[in-house]
Structure formats: C-alpha cells, structure tokens
Design a protein around this ligand. Structure first.
Ligand code: FPP
Ligand code: MG
Length: 289
C-alpha cells in the first residue's frame, strides 16, 4: 500500500496539531538509510530490509499528509546502488515493479487523495519493464496536485547536474538560448526537479552524516536533520522532532532566501518548454514500450 490510512491515536493527533500550529515545511526530502542494518538486527535477509523500508515510506507519507506537508522527495535508488550485488539490485528492481504495479490497483485512493508521483533520475539506466511501470504511474497521476511525491530512482545529483549542463549546451548550440541567459535560475529549471521548490527540510536516517549525492544543488539553504534511527524504525516522533528543529531554525533559513528576482526572456521560456516537452515525450515513450 502506498499511503497508509491507519487511524492515529488521540495523542498522536494532538501532537501533530501542536506542531501544525507553527510553520510546517512545504517540501521535505528523505534519505531513507539503514534498511540492511535493520534486517541484520532483526534476523532477516538483508534485502528484506527494503520491504520494511517501503512500508515505512507509506506510513511516513500518511504522517506528512496529516501534517500538511505538500511535497515529499525520497531517495529510493541511487546510481551508485547499481554497484551493489546483482541479487540486491534485482531485488530492488522487482520491489519497485511490484509497488508500481500495485499503484494501479490503488488508483482510486491515489486519485482521491490527489497524489502526483514524479520520478527524478536517469530512467535510461533502468530495465525496460521497471521503466514502463514507473512511466505509467507518472502519467496516471500527472494532473494530481494535493501531495507531490518525488521518487529519486537511478538518481545522483552529479548526474542530474551533468545532464542539465548538456541540455543547456545543446540549447546554446541550437541557438535556442544565448550564453548570457545562463544563470542560477536557468540551471535550477534544467534539473529533474524543475517543477519543485527547493526542500525546506532534509531528513537522513541511520546516523550517517553525509549527503550521498542527493539534491546537492537544491539543498543550498535547507535545514538538515540527521536522525539516529534506522529507516524502518523511523516513527512519527522522529518526524515531529525534525519539523520542530526546522521551526526553531526558520528565522535563519529565511535570512538567506534570495530577494532578487531573475527575469527570463520569452526565448528562455520557450527553451524550458521545449525541454519539458522532451521529457514528457520520453515518459510517454517508456510507457508504450
Ligand atoms: C538505504 O538503506 C536504502 C536503499 C538503498 C533503498 C531504499 C528503498 C526503499 C525504501 C524502497 C523504495 C521503493 C519504492 C518503489 C519507492 P541501505 O541499503 O543503505 O541500508 P544500510 O545503510 O543499513 O546498509
Ligand atoms: Mg546505507
């Protein structure tokens, strides 16, 4: 199940409402780390930790929904993860296929909740069947707008930035934009996350204090919380504590928000539209193959 709808206790609801009285981050990103350590600790096969990891994601989405968080981005599969054993990579691809297939069975609920699923990453690196199911889910939910769930799959930030640089260079070569048009805003808009605001809060579990090539451009002013808990053990209290930390730091975060607006010419807007259409066409093609 993608979004759990288990009833929350009176106390949980009470605490959520207290946190909601303050400023709630609009976009929260998660590095869901610690699945295999959880499996080892629980005497399971290592790969089974990822199943527990997915269940935790579903539960976390419910909490985010209750809190009024509008956008969630999760690191589900890094390009670096291809270097893991074949058994584990195959298992993760199968898990993704199973979950994206189930998403169709849950269509009514997903549409009723208004969940828009976007996948960020280099989909060319994925097996055809996985890519097809992912593309179908993206197309099915593309007009929803209540909760945005961005799944980073076959993603690294450096790969994303490299792709953006190549696209910009192509734009200049084709005469669609001029070198003078290149600025921070254009780069942001050429990333896979072009439709998202930058995350307000990033949570990494498992006690590891690294970014692991996740959203490096986008987290320039994001509040970061390193939680000392393995992802499958993550609970509502960890989430509320992270949001509370964000609320305490909000004044400082706000200080560094850019005040200068960058205007873009019609030419640049057309180029961005061309890139967007190219990506949508690619998704349509993946769904058809
Ligand atoms: C990190 O823990 C987790 C991953 C590499 C995979 C995360 C994937 C899921 C939670 C499933 C998501 C699936 C979909 C379809 C969205 P780790 O393997 O690095 O564990 P460790 O740090 O204990 O070794
Ligand atoms: Mg890890």
């Amino acid at each position: 199940m993608w979004i759990v709808e288990s009833p929350l206790s009176y106390f949980q609801k009470f605490c959520i409402n207290i946190v909601k009285a303050g400023r709630v981050p609009r976009h929260v990103a998660f590095i869901m780390d610690g699945n295999r350590r959880y499996a080892t600790k629980s005497n399971m096969r290592k790969v089974e930790g990822h199943v527990k990891g997915f269940d935790k994601l579903s539960q976390t989405l419910q909490w985010c929904f209750e809190l009024g968080i509008q956008e969630v981005t999760v690191y589900a599969f890094s390009i670096e993860n291809f270097k893991r054993s074949k058994e584990e990579v195959d298992y993760l691809m199968e898990l993704a296929k199973e979950k994206f297939r189930k998403l169709h069975d849950e269509k009514n609920k997903i549409m009723e909740l208004g969940v828009c699923i976007r996948v960020i990453g280099n989909l060319d690196l994925l097996p055809e069947d996985t890519r097809k199911l992912i593309a179908e889910a993206v197309i099915m939910t593309k007009d929803n707008n209540k909760l945005f769930l961005n799944i980073a799959f076959a993603y690294t930030s450096r790969d994303e930035l490299t792709t953006a640089v190549k696209n910009i260079l192509k734009g200049v070569e084709l005469g669609l934009i001029n070198p003078d048009d290149i600025n921070e805003k254009l780069i942001s808009q050429c990333l896979y996350t072009n439709h998202s605001r930058d995350p307000d809060l990033l949570v990494r579990t498992s006690g590891e204090v690294r970014f692991s090539d996740f959203l490096l451009w986008q987290i320039w002013n994001t509040n970061v919380c390193f939680a000392e808990v393995l992802w499958p053990d993550f609970c509502l209290w960890h989430l509320l504590a992270s949001v509370f930390q964000y609320q305490r730091c909000y004044a400082d975060i706000q200080k560094y928000q850019p005040t200068q607006k960058i205007e873009q010419s019609t030419k640049v807007k057309k180029f961005l539209q061309y890139l967007d259409e190219k990506r949508s066409a690619q998704i349509e093609m993946y769904a058809k193959t």
